[in-house]
Design a binder for this molecule. Sequence first.
Ligand SMILES: Nc1ncnc2c1ncn2[C@@H]1O[C@H](COP(=O)(O)OP(=O)(O)OP(=O)(O)O)[C@@H](O)[C@H]1O
Ligand SMILES: N[C@@H](CCO)C(=O)O
Length: 293
Amino acid sequence: MRISVPATSANLGPGFDTLGLAISLHNQVSIKPSKFHSVSLKGEGSNNPVLKDNNMFIAIFNDFYHNLSQKKRHFRFEFSNEIPLSRGLGSSSAVIVSAIASAYAIEGIKIEKEKLLNLALAYESHPDNITPAVMGGFNVATVHENEVKFIKKDMPRSVKAIVVIPNRPMSTQLSRKALPFKYSKEDTIFNISHSSLLTAAFINEDWEMLRNASLDKIHQKYRMKQMPELFDVQKTALKHGALMSTLSGSGSTLFSIALNEDAKRIESELHKRFPHFRVLTRGFDNDGVVIKD
Ligand SMILES: Nc1ncnc2c1ncn2[C@@H]1O[C@H](COP(=O)(O)OP(=O)(O)OP(=O)(O)O)[C@@H](O)[C@H]1O
Ligand SMILES: N[C@@H](CCO)C(=O)O
């Protein structure tokens, strides 16, 4: 059995813990019954010993598998990871979502995507990464009485994601601690209005609106101060024609959207100016998690 799950960019500026979309950058895992437990890792995290010895995917998969099957079996896990760890591209959501989906698939139990999403909520309390990881596309999501309520919109092929991935991680847990405890009424209203406008702009594909609508006052500046070069990355992307440029999730990646015809040029300007960071241009993923066979 093989499974594929996309990277996700959450918040999109003002939509803290609410907005997110899926990017065509995937983790894949193949799982086969085996005499002994074994793990092979390629790509992101392959030289991280924690992923071999204490892997979050395997822990979640085993919990669900044992509950569903009431059996103890060994498996060979072959991971091929494109999503960098702790860079704000939803690596933890990808792991949670794909581990739960795999446990159901290996037992031959069909699981509805809505149920998968709500099971994933037990591991990540904010729905802005897990929703696009499950559903693909652009999503507006909230949690109401312990259930994710969301609306999805497919992303068109006419726009691309450009991600600038720094060489240093930012953990979500620590990055959330950098935020103020309270916000002023002005900043709260600013974010509600911008997040609402941004949502409408995505739904209507009104790309010219993104630049203003993606402004935020409640999290980016506090987090980006920890890596001030990110302000330059954001300015450079916007100066060269990005439609919007925001901190991806809790960082450290800077996520931009550009029209197809501008994307390669912006990528090359970012690459020239920030040669020590990785710069990638990708399309968007509208499928979310997929069981391949
Ligand atoms: N491929 C992977 N295999 C196993 N565990 C992983 C993998 N990728 C990420 N993790 C786990 O998720 C943690 C990173 O989660 P964290 O929430 O800090 O970052 P993120 O999900 O990449 O960022 P964000 O939530 O801002 O998008 C890692 O420390 C590791 O425990
Ligand atoms: N909304 C989350 C996304 C990262 O997991 C945050 O900004 O902390």
